[in-house]
Write a protein that binds this ligand. Sequence first.
Ligand code: SF4
Length: 332
Amino acid sequence: MLQTATPAARPNLPLPDLYHRVEKHVPALEWPALAVDIAAILKLKREKNAVVLAHNYQTPDIFHTVADIVGDSLALAREAARTDADVIVLAGVHFMAETAKLLNPQKTVLIPDLKAGCSLAESITAADVRLLRARHPGVPIVTYVNTSAAVKAESDVCCTSGNAKKIVEALGVPEVIMIPDEYLARNIAAQTKVKIFAWKGHCEVHERFTPADVQEMRTNYPGVIVLAHPECPPEVVAECDFTGSTAAMADYVGQKRPARVVLLTECSMSDNVAVQYPDLDFVRPCNLCPHMKRITLGNIRHALETMTHEVTVPAEIAAPARRAVERMLELG
Ligand code: SF4
C-alpha cells in the first residue's frame, strides 16, 4: 500500500515542510497559490472534523499535502470504514465516494466534482447485471469496485485489483462472472483454475498500453523493470516483470528498490511513489485519467467551504451494495 495512514498517524505539517515533500513535482512559482488553498483546507478540516481520502492517482500537490488517508481502492474502502471524522472528502472518482458512503451511512461524504467518473463504472448497468444473472443462473457475480452502487447491489461480492484472485477462489465454486473489466478478468483467469466469464468493460487509461510500448521502453531504457496494473491487456502483462494493484506496485518498488523502473498505470502514481524513493530512476509514460484529474486543491477547498457535492445512495440500493462490499472486506 502506498502510504495508507490514519489521520492521527499522518499529521498535517507546516507549509514549508509540505513544500519540501513535493518540491520536485511542484514548480516554486506555483507553490504560493497552491499554499493558500492548502492552508485553507487544513483549517477547514479542523473546523469541520473532516478527512480527505486521496487515491494513488491524485497529483502530488493533493496526495502529499492535504490527504489524511491515501491508498488504492481497497485501502480507501477499509480506512473509510474506520474513520471517526464527521465529513469525508473523496479525492478520487464517484464510485469511490459511493463506496465510502456505503460504509459510512451516518457521515457526510463529499466529492469535489460530480463529473469525476470512470470508463469502467460507465461500461455496465444494473440491468446488464440482471441479464447476466438470468443467463448464468447460480453463477456468482464478482464485481470490481470500479462500478456504481446500483451495479454492486446486484452482485454477490466485490473485489479490487489487489484481492480479485483471493475473492474468486474464496467462493469455492468452479466458475464465476467477473465484471466489468475484461482485462482484469482475463489476467486473473490466467492465475486460477476457476473459470471466469468476463464483461467487455475497459479502463481508458490502461487499455492504451501495448506490448510494443514495453519493448520500446526496454530498448530505450536498458535494465528497466516493468510493472503493470492488471487493468492492462494480458498481452501487455505478458511482457512485464510484475503485475499487481497500485498498492502491490508500490510495495514492489519499496522492497526490491529497482534502480530504474516504470509503472504501467496512471501517470500520477509514479510521481507519488517517486516522492518516497527519490534515489530511484522512474521512467514515466504519461497516461492521465481525465476523471481523476478533475479533482484539484481548489475544488477540495470549495467542497469543504460549501459542503458540496454530497454523495448519497438510496436505501434500497445501499443495503445490498453494502453487503457486497462488506463480503469483500471479510473475504479479502
Ligand atoms: S484510471 Fe481507469 S479505472 Fe481508474 S478511475 Fe480512471 S478510468 Fe476509471
